[in-house]
Structures are given as C-alpha cells and as structure tokens.
Design a protein around this ligand. Structure first.
Ligand code: THU
Length: 132
C-alpha cells in the first residue's frame, strides 16, 4: 500500500465536496494522524466572505475534535495546475500541533511536491513563545 498515494486520493475526494461558489477554487485536504487515522476536509465558503474556512483547517479541526493531537502527513489538492501551499493561517494552525509535519502538495493529477511545515513556515511562533 502506498499511504501517500492513498492520502492524496482521500484529499481529492474531499475536494469534490468543496463549497466554493464564490471563488470557484475547490480545495481538498487529508491528514494522517500519528495513530494512523485519516481525516479529510474541503474549503467551505460563505456569502459573508471572511467566514470562509480552508480545507486544511477543516481537516485538522475534524481530527482534533475526534481526539487526535499529532499528525504525520497532510495532503493538499487544489484545482490549480501547479501545486499550491497552505495559506499562512493554515500553516500556523498546523504548526500548533505538528511543527515537523510532512506536506504533500498535489494537483488533481497527483503528488507534485513533498515538503515539510518547517520548510514552509520557518521560525514559527508557537506555544513555547508564550510567557509562563
Ligand atoms: N483555500 C484553501 O482551502 N486552502 C488554501 O490553502 C488556500 C485557499 C480556499 C479558501 C477559498 O475558499 C479559496 O481557496 C480561494 O481562496
């Protein structure tokens, strides 16, 4: 079994559920937890545009809500012809839980780039930066 390929396929399936009538830019994500569970998410837009939530945050919040706390890999697929990175807000949310997360950047054709959260968000602010 190729788990990266499986994670990509799950993210791509989630893209099909995207609610993106305003941008028409559909995004899907899937996270693999350290325990081996997978949670997926899609972007959910709103007529009050600022309330939109990205696919990555929906996937991670689903996982956290089910008790997960640490992740191994996230797959992100959009309809762009080039692999896009998670937005800054999503990078920060992901960093809260797994600063060294593996990230698969995908187009609908497949995995185009394998990177890490620490590469995309070096010197991230985190829980250890808060005063005790
Ligand atoms: N979007 C995501 O879901 N993830 C990203 O990493 C980038 C942007 C969504 C938000 C919005 O629904 C649409 O893409 C256009 O910005």
């Amino acid at each position: 079994m190729d788990s990266d390929r499986d994670l990509f396929e799950i993210a791509k399936r989630a893209l099909g559920n995207a609610y993106a009538p305003y941008s028409r830019f559909r995004v899907g994500a899937a996270v693999l937890t350290r325990e081996g569970n997978v949670y997926s998410g899609c972007n959910v837009e709103n007529s009050s545009y600022g309330l939109t939530v990205c696919a990555e945050r929906n996937a991670v919040f689903k996982a956290i809500s089910e008790g997960a706390r640490a992740f191994d890999t996230l797959a992100l697929v959009s309809e762009s012809s080039h692999p896009v990175s998670p937005c800054g807000a999503c990078l920060q949310v992901l960093s809260e839980f797994t600063p060294a997360l593996r990230i698969l950047l995908c187009t609908p054709d497949g995995i185009r780039r394998t990177t890490t959260l620490s590469e995309l968000l070096p010197d991230a602010f985190g829980p250890d930066d808060l005063p005790r």
